[in-house]
Design a protein around this ligand. Structure first.
Ligand code: NAD
Length: 495
């Protein structure tokens, strides 16, 4: 594979990169730009248009017009699905390009977006395109004395604000059901990682998605993101990111009475009973905590381990983690890349310090990592901590390659340790005794419980959080499509 691909070089050559509004590539009204950097060596990759309220106004107006005047909302679902399938085919065709862009911008080892994130976008587009064809939009209601039915129509303009950890994958999870239902969208990607979303718009153009159906305003959260979530012209809002910003978005949407979906942070636990295969489980959990350098909302950050196997499990995991090669995303031998920014690196290092100050003990010492030839990159080493369940590192989301290990004696104690978290995104239970695993899985308070695996996202199974981890129904399920269809009852008295 050629790196960088000539198409990637061409895409990055026309700087500052413009945003995509009403089918046009356009600078910010203010003319301002911001920089996006390669986390692997700290160098600026591109200058990008820094949109603000005025650009959001333009994008929402374009999306409203497209909803009313293009035939996107009214065309038969089959015809819309054909166009979405064409887009999915183009994503597949451009996998290498999108994966390189994603790897550069986020720091991911290239194999991850090549084999995971980018193909997943095409799968999500196809899943919702197909589902939309088979979804009933008119359902008769059997009530005495009336001819009644429910009709489902798209809402209108849907706003999306995304984080930086899985930029293109989350665009797929977010907008596919909204588009398949016939809505139009305005996207605000994270300022750290706007590139793959912009390239995706080129493919949307080529696929024949009408002008104004997909709009992207690049910019900062406090300006472009806030303006989008506060805009009275949007009909639905979806936010993926931290609970702190989620609250602000929910407040704005509450004021405008706009329905909102929130996909927020997590502090996922893995409960390990003493009948597991220790070697295989240690490898699986080491993989979970280093996937995307630990910047995964639902990953296994708390390892709740039966006291009989804790030492063996932790020692084996520490061995596996120590063997993972840390390096630049473009290096084929890299097992774990950098975290996304210096700010994120300082966050991870700060948690390690705070945790230690509160009495946590290192089973595997973390800290900053140096990668030869990439000394300016934002690298950290994987870390394993242990200690009190009240420690800050056991309670708060760190968002780096750090796991907190705690012992338990019996089922009840394991469940209590998992459920003391304020988050409720995802946990896993590991045991050969499937009765026990299923019993415990059902007692854990979260949107998702996995058994003998962690980080599972099959299309067709809703992925959602509760408590601090979010609200509004989640993503990836069949009901997610229904979330983007406005129900309406039609009633006529029978004479
Ligand atoms: P963040 O909340 O800081 O930023 C997310 C997005 O919000 C960015 O695009 C940012 O520009 C924007 N933003 C910031 N301030 C804003 C404001 N005042 N108004 C409107 N928008 C604003 O989150 P992050 O650091 O980018 O991402 C990490 C977080 O995302 C973690 O908590 C992680 O767990 C969570 N996450 C959750 C899921 C999920 O599916 N539940 C998936 C991925 C990430």
């Amino acid at each position: 594979m050629q790196y960088p691909h000539p198409e990637v070089t061409k895409f990055l050559a026309s700087q500052p990169l413009k945003m995509f509004i009403n089918g046009e590539w356009t600078a910010a009204v203010s003319g301002d730009t911001f920089e996006t950097r390669d986390p692997g060596d700290g160098k600026v990759i591109a200058k990008v248009a820094a949109g603000d309220k005025r650009d959001v106004d333009r994008a929402v107006a374009a999306a409203r017009d497209a909803f009313r005047k293009s035939d996107w909302a009214t065309m038969p679902a089959n015809d819309r699905a054909v166009i979405i399938h064409r887009l999915a085919d183009l994503v597949d065709k451009h996998t290498e390009i999108l994966a390189q862009i994603e790897s550069m911008d986020v720091g991911k080892p290239l194999a991850q977006p090549m084999n995971g994130d980018v193909p997943n976008v095409a799968q999500t587009l196809r899943y919702y395109a197909d589902l939309s064809v088979h979804t009933r939009r008119r359902e008769p209601i059997a009530v005495s004395g009336f001819d009644a039915r429910t009709v489902r129509s798209p809402y209108g303009v849907c706003g999306f604000v995304f984080p930086w950890n899985f930029p293109i994958l989350l665009v797929g999870w977010g907008i596919s059901p909204a588009l398949a239902a016939g809505n139009t969208v305005v996207i605000k990607p994270a300022e750290d990682t706007p590139l793959s979303t912009l390239y995706f718009c080129k493919l949307a153009e080529e696929a024949g998605i009408p002008k104004g159906v997909i709009n992207v305003v690049t910019g900062l959260g406090e300006t472009a993101g806030a303006a989008l979530s506060q805009h009275p012209g949007i009909n639905r809002m979806s936010f993926t990111g931290s609970p702190e910003v989620g609250r602000l978005i929910a407040e704005s949407c509450g004021r405008n009475l706009v329905p909102v979906k929130l996909e927020l942070g997590g502090k996922g636990a893995a409960v390990l009973f003493d009948d597991i295969d220790i070697d295989a489980t240690a490898k699986a959990l080491a993989g979970a905590i280093t996937l995307n350098s630990g910047q995964v909302c639902c990953t296994a950050t708390r390892w709740i381990v039966h006291e009989r196997i804790l030492d063996k499990l932790a020692n084996r995991a520490a061995e596996v983690l120590s063997g993972i090669q840390i390096g630049h995303g473009s290096d084929a031998t890299t097992g774990m890349g950098p975290v996304v920014s210096e700010k994120q690196r300082q966050r991870v290092l700060g948690y390690l310090e705070k945790g230690e100050r509160e009495g946590a003990r290192s089973l595997l010492r973390g800290g900053a990592a140096n990668v030869k030839g990439h000394e300016e990159g934002y690298y950290v080493k994987p870390a394993l901590l242990t200690g009190s369940p009240d420690n800050v590192c056991a309670r708060e989301e760190i968002f780096g390659p750090v796991a907190y290990v705690m012992p338990f004696r019996d089922e009840a104690e394991a469940i209590e340790l998992v459920n003391r978290s304020s988050y409720g995104l995802a946990n896993s239970v590991w045991s050969q005794n499937l009765d026990r695993a299923n019993r415990v899985a059902e007692r854990l308070v979260a949107g998702n419980s996995w058994i003998n695996a962690h980080n599972l996202f099959p299309h067709g199974v809703a992925y959602a959080g509760c408590n601090l981890s979010g609200m509004g129904g989640g993503v990836l399920g069949p009901d997610t499509l229904m979330d983007y269809l406005r129900p309406q009852s039609i009633v006529r008295p029978l004479g």
